[in-house]
Design a protein around this ligand. Structure first.
Ligand SMILES: Cc1cc2nc3c(=O)[nH]c(=O)nc-3n(C[C@H](O)[C@H](O)[C@H](O)COP(=O)(O)OP(=O)(O)OC[C@H]3O[C@@H](n4cnc5c(N)ncnc54)[C@H](O)[C@@H]3O)c2cc1C
Length: 508
């Protein structure tokens, strides 16, 4: 252990527990200070819901840093400018961070690393965000996977070679030495005008944001809440015979697709922003699986397997964006490059406001607009509707989701939208969801629709699900802006014509 002054920079890892970069840094030196930077280039693309989640998590993170003897510094500005000044000001010799997956952030970090190295500051980077670092899972021919199922199989065979119980090798650091604030002030004299240190955590409004859904957002900020949510979800003491335990990994397979049940973990924001480590999440599910195996409970065993597969979807999409950074900019299947999207601004506006007149679509969008979160099944339904019924470019939807979601994450969001638009890696050429059939299947009693679209609460279930609602019962709720069957036929017509034209062009 040396006495070098060091900085640990938190980005999408807002926790001190099981944080690979932080713990490695604490092994090198105890003279360690935490840092978070409010970067305007990142704030530009962030949703109010996500910034709320970050600010609340930072409150806890700051007090966690204090509890281990040090503190969390807060800066506002472009890291490319701020970090070299800060290192100079506090005479830091080492800066450590966990790597990001977003192509633009990878580029930014490389630039920053060069500048810091030129200034004599060492940079140590680690992978922390995934269970297996991106790029490592390859096909037999040593190439990159493009399809989920073979990726998942290979991933599992690699991961099983670790003992799942031992994947959490690191707990939190302790007995750190705090930075002397007086020293910081004296040293910063020459940098003070350039360095934008914040004395306290800003609030949402002072950063120009507002989020009204904090009390109903199902993703709870902070590492304590994430651990508690995980504990409840994987609760070993749960009486599994009570099949009405919706929010449980043991019943996940049964309830995860029903948006009116609390059948999923709600850990997406915690995993996206790193208030929870994926290793702890996996480990807890592994412990649950041992219990289920012990009880020979086949439903629970299968449920846990499905949940773990969702964590592998997360790994898959992160690998996809890492291996194919061009995904960020457009369709994976280049045949969609010049597709004649109609992008009707009135359709897009109705979709964004939850006023399309199609009950399941409006319920889902209103859930997102109010709470910052949307159920996975509904994400697929509204995405298909925007692309295949309203004939809007999927990238418009991708952008709207990022501007609203508490768990907004480039890899998962881009993956989800490209899957829905049929432009991604997925093999199925054209996937079109019928919103009425989906509603009948996944909200058969209309509970979810009635909750989020209260104007329709007195409409009988059959009409509600068919969308055949009389003008009298609509109570101001709009008529459907499009007829699904006609739009589906129209979309196919445009698609077939486009594909044929492209084929004849390439033959010429
Ligand atoms: C169009 C579209 C956009 C999406 N955008 C995002 C996004 O921005 N951020 C995000 O985290 N997820 C996104 N998803 C994936 C998924 O909808 C959410 O992860 C899930 O609804 C979160 O709820 P949960 O935490 O209760 O998940 P659970 O069902 O409990 O799953 C556990 C965890 O697995 C991961 N996971 C689950 N499903 C997926 C998936 N399909 N792809 C990648 N990871 C997954 C998440 O980290 C999740 O927290 C999107 C899906 C679609 C179809």
């Amino acid at each position: 252990m040396n006495n070098k002054r060091s900085i640990f920079w938190h980005r999408k890892d807002l926790r001190i527990e099981d944080n690979i970069g932080l713990n490695n840094c604490a092994k090198i030196t105890s003279n360690l200070t935490g840092l978070y930077i409010f970067d305007p280039n990142v704030l530009k693309y962030i949703s109010s819901a996500q910034l709320w989640f970050i600010l609340e998590s930072l409150k806890e993170l700051k007090s966690n840093w204090q509890s281990i003897g040090s503190d969390l510094l807060l800066l506002k500005g472009d890291p490319i400018q701020e970090l070299p000044y800060l290192c100079n000001a506090i005479k830091a010799e080492l800066i450590v961070w966990n790597k990001c997956i977003e192509p633009s952030l990878i580029e930014r970090d490389q630039k920053l690393k060069n500048i810091l190295n030129r200034n004599g500051v060492k940079v140590n980077e680690y992978w922390d965000h995934l269970l297996i670092e991106p790029g490592r899972i390859k096909t037999i021919e040593n190439s990159k996977f493009k399809v989920y199922t073979p990726f998942m199989r290979k991933w599992k065979s690699n991961f099983d070679s670790h003992n799942s119980e031992e994947i959490i090798t690191i707990s939190k650091p302790k007995n750190l030495k705090k930075l002397d604030k007086k020293e910081l002030n004296t040293n910063t004299y020459q940098f003070r005008s350039r360095l934008h240190l914040l004395n306290e955590l800003p609030d949402l409004q002072s950063l120009g944001f507002d989020f009204k859904g904090s009390s109903i957002c199902p993703c709870r900020p902070g590492e304590n809440s994430a651990r508690e949510q995980l504990r409840v979800f994987c609760d070993e003491s749960l009486d599994k015979t009570k099949i009405k335990n919706f929010n449980s990994i043991f019943n996940y397979g049964r309830y995860r697709d029903i948006p009116s049940f609390k059948g999923t973990s709600y850990l997406s924001a915690a995993l996206a922003l790193g208030t929870l480590s994926p290793r702890i999440a996996w480990n807890q599910s592994y412990k649950a699986s041992l219990m289920a195996l012990n009880d020979k409970d086949t439903n629970a065993i299968e449920s846990i397997r499905i949940w773990q597969n969702e964590l592998i979807w997360r790994e898959f999409y992160n690998n996809a964006i890492y291996n194919f950074p061009e995904l960020e900019k457009g369709p994976f299947r280049r045949k969609w490059d010049n597709f004649p999207w109609e992008n009707n601004p009135l359709f897009l506006k109705s979709w964004k406001e939850g006023l399309t007149g199609v009950p399941i679509i409006d319920a889902a969008i209103r859930e997102l607009n109010s709470s910052g979160w949307m159920h996975n099944r509904c994400r697929m339904i509204v995405a298909s509707f925007l692309v295949k019924d309203l004939i809007c470019n999927w990238q418009l939807g991708e952008e709207v989701f990022m501007s609203k979601l508490v768990d907004g994450d480039l890899a998962a969001n881009n993956g989800g939208w490209q899957w829905s638009a049929s432009s991604g890696m997925d093999a199925k050429p054209l996937r079109i969801f019928n919103p009425y059939t989906q509603a009948k299947k996944f909200d058969p009693e209309g509970i979810y629709i009635r909750y989020w679209v209260p104007e329709l609460k007195n409409v009988n279930t059959k009409d509600l699900l068919n969308g055949e609602i009389s003008p009298l019962e609509r109570r101001g709720y709009p008529e459907p802006i499009v007829a699904h069957k006609e739009q589906q036929a129209y979309f196919k017509e445009i698609y077939n014509f486009y594909v044929m034209r492209n084929a004849s062009k390439s033959n010429n």
